[in-house]
Design a protein around this ligand. Sequence first.
Ligand code: ADP
Length: 393
Amino acid sequence: MQEQATILYIEDNLDNQRLVQRILSAHNYHVLLAENGPAGLALARETMPVLILVDIGIPGLNGYETTTRLRSLAHLKDVPIVAVTADTRKGVRERTLVIGCSGFIEKPIDPRKLPLQIKEFINGKHEKVTQSEENTILREYSERLVERLEMQVRELSAANAELQESDRLKSNFLATLSHELRTPLTSVLGYLELFERGTIGPLNEMQSQAIAVISRNSRALAHILNNLLYLQEVRSSSVKYVPINLSELLKQTMRDFEARAYEAKITMYADIPTVVNFVGDPYALNQAYHNLIENAIKFNREGGQVQVSLSEDANRVILRVEDTGIGIDEYNLEKIFLPFYQVDASLTRAYNGAGLGLPIVRYIAEVFGGQVIVRSEVDRGSVFVLYLPRSTQ
Ligand code: ADP
């Protein structure tokens, strides 16, 4: 069977799309449809059509601009582009020819004529304009392009300024909220400690258990608030540079998680040689280590493993945290570093947290000129690697 020739039709009107597709399919063409310029360009880059039909009135990148871009694609150099439009005003036809169309098909499309019109263009029909017409139209076209560009840049700048402003307001709001909530929570935690120590009097068994639950949850709340505040601080890069013993810091973080790993029936392995001469912010690095190890335990399963290793080369220190947990699919891998993002964001989710751990790790990495990368396989586990350059400060 003879292979079907492909025609690309860039058109936003569904009725026209269907009509052209029906007519041309009946004449053994394979019709690819795109509803706007960028989508049409993407299809054109991947395929080799024998002809491209472009509706001039498409929104966004209009038909003229789309044609200009199509003409710059080397593999389409000899492919006819035909403008389709109901706009019969003076100058429209000429402009389409000057920017690289072979010709013009008027709307409404005549189903009886279309196959023949298409065939003529495929066979080399090329309408022409005079040289002087061409020069005038080109100048006019480029002026219009620059005008549109200027307008778009202005709109984008305004939208960007608005976004920055709302981002600033959001950050302020979060910082104020966390401050306001932390103050009363501090006194709640203080009194809870007095209860736990028995300073305010003896508690019976049931009261002790209730206090333990309140205490655990209040600490979890404080942890979230601290993370929220810290995220704002790291963003404003108020970090310290002091000499730190990274190996000791990591060993301490591992010890902090021993009980939690034991409870979750997860085995932790560590390979922590002594890393020398590291200058950085102990609090920030502790946060980064803490968040990565916590996730490796949290998103793991009973009987799972967490392998933590520290290494160094001449320029940087590398922390690797590998787990045998639930893993992360490809779609979510790109998103998990966004503030508040969680793969399972449902109210019934099995894991607690506020989606702040990884953004903090990433901000810390960036503040110190490093990076954090992740590889993961669903149901097999994940590896997070944090690279921190040796500071020059
Ligand atoms: P959270 O407080 O929810 O843990 P994070 O920012 O630390 O927030 O992580 C964002 C999301 O990334 C988590 O909710 C989880 O869906 C996913 N994630 C992070 N670490 C792991 C991991 N080791 N294994 C599987 N999923 C992970």
